[in-house]
Write a protein that binds this ligand. Structure first.
Ligand code: ADP
Length: 374
């Protein structure tokens, strides 16, 4: 009787089974009945003192045969009523565990507790089937979207690459033309504006290229104060016409920090330019470098309008922007670069008061876990 169970060992979790002698349920059911019957027969034998009396022999025989018939009827009934559906259920569970979610049990049509069990089993399998179909559908949709995005990324990367070369040429020509112009010429102002626009396009195109084809950081121990200061000077040049103050507070006791200077420069430039763009009118952007517990902290704090809480969860998503001319790539790229350095980019913002972005970098890559756990 235990063979059917043994055959399906592949889907039975034996680790959850108590360590005891394994008895099939039929034996467990019949054992008390058989014991009770034997007991009755024994009592009868003991109560009848003499075995020589043939009349008592006959009564004893009838009692034993009666007990055997009762046992037989019980076995047949149990086999028909319980054993068959149990075997079927076991077989269907095996099929389901092998991935066949079309399996249903026949005894679900019965109008008793076993029928209830069968109906519940069929319902469970149907729900599993529906969930699997839904997951497969979502997977197919996501795969085709991912393929589409990958193709778009390749196209964008190719396009960005093609645009950057002529842009560098245009910027070079601007420089040469600007140098030849008399210092009083009004065309100088126009050239400056055009040069700034060229730089802006170059930045957007670079962001696009880096999003589509991310480059791993080229680590070196370098002065993070200097990287931060360069980015601030670069950003200040774009704020000359506005009443925006950009302060840079360096850390006097910062050791050399292992980082890709070009990539961290790009992160800070994005953060400072975002802060400047957020200021609607006069305001202040303060960039602070600090060292604490083996980590370097660079905070970019502005006195702008802040970020509404409903927007905050989206700002690091690629292509999310609230600006008419924005690409929505700056922060997603910045986050990825900081994380590639084993660090973290965090934001805290209060509407009406301003926003602070905090870049946390490990001093050396050996400390990366501390930066992420902090
Ligand atoms: P983009 O600058 O092209 O919009 P980003 O990824 O750099 O793309 O920024 C995404 C969005 O995050 C911005 O459109 C803006 O809504 C918000 N944001 C970023 N920095 C600030 C800031 N300092 N203050 C307010 N909002 C900000």
């Amino acid at each position: 009787m235990g063979t059917a169970f043994q055959q399906k060992d592949s889907f039975v979790d034996r680790s959850a089974v108590r360590r005891s002698v394994r008895l099939s349920w039929e034996i467990k059911t019949l054992l008390p009945v058989v014991l009770a019957l034997l007991n009755g027969v024994l009592l009868f034998v003991v109560a009848t003192t003499s075995f020589a009396d043939p009349e008592r022999h006959a009564i004893l025989l009838v009692a034993v045969i009666g007990a055997l018939v009762i046992c037989f009827v019980l076995i047949v009934t149990l086999a028909l009523v319980i054993r068959r559906p149990m075997l079927e259920l076991e077989d269907k569970i095996g099929r389901v565990s092998e991935g066949d979610l079309t399996a249903t049990v026949e005894f679900a049509r019965r109008n008793d507790e076993l029928g209830d069990l069968g109906r519940n089993f069929n319902l469970m399998v149907r729900q599993l089937r529906e969930s699997r179909e839904e997951i497969e559908r979502l997977h197919r949709t996501q795969m085709s979207r991912a393929e589409h995005l990958a193709t778009m990324g390749e196209v964008a990367a190719g396009l960005a690459h093609e645009i950057r070369n002529p842009l560098a040429g245009i910027a070079g020509v601007m420089d040469i033309v600007g140098r030849d112009l008399p210092s009083t010429s009004p065309a100088r102002e126009v050239l400056k504006d055009v040069r700034e626009e060229v730089l802006r396009i170059n930045r957007i195109v670079t962001d696009l290229l880096e999003t589509a084809r991310p480059k791993p950081p080229e680590f070196q121990f370098a002065d993070l104060n200097a990287t931060v200061e360069h980015a601030v000077i670069f950003a200040r040049q774009q704020a000359l016409s506005k009443a925006i103050k950009v302060h840079c507070i360096k850390s006097p006791d910062l050791p050399m920090v292992e980082h890709d200077t070009a990539q961290i420069h790009q992160v800070l430039l994005n953060l400072v330019l975002n802060a400047m763009q957020a200021l609607d009118g006069p305001g202040t952007v303060t960039v602070t470098v600090e060292v604490r517990g083996g980590l370097a902290f660079v905070d970019v704090k502005d006195t702008g309008p802040g970020i509404p809480p409903e927007i905050l969860p989206n700002i690091f998503r690629p292509f999310f922007t609230t600006k008419g001319h924005g690409t929505g790539l700056g922060l997603s790229l910045a986050k990825r670069i900081v994380e590639d350095h084993g660090g973290k980019l965090e934001v805290s913002s209060k509407v009406g008061h301003g926003t602070t972005f905090s870049m946390i970098l490990p001093i050396s890559r050996g400390n990366a876990a501390a930066a992420v756990a902090d």
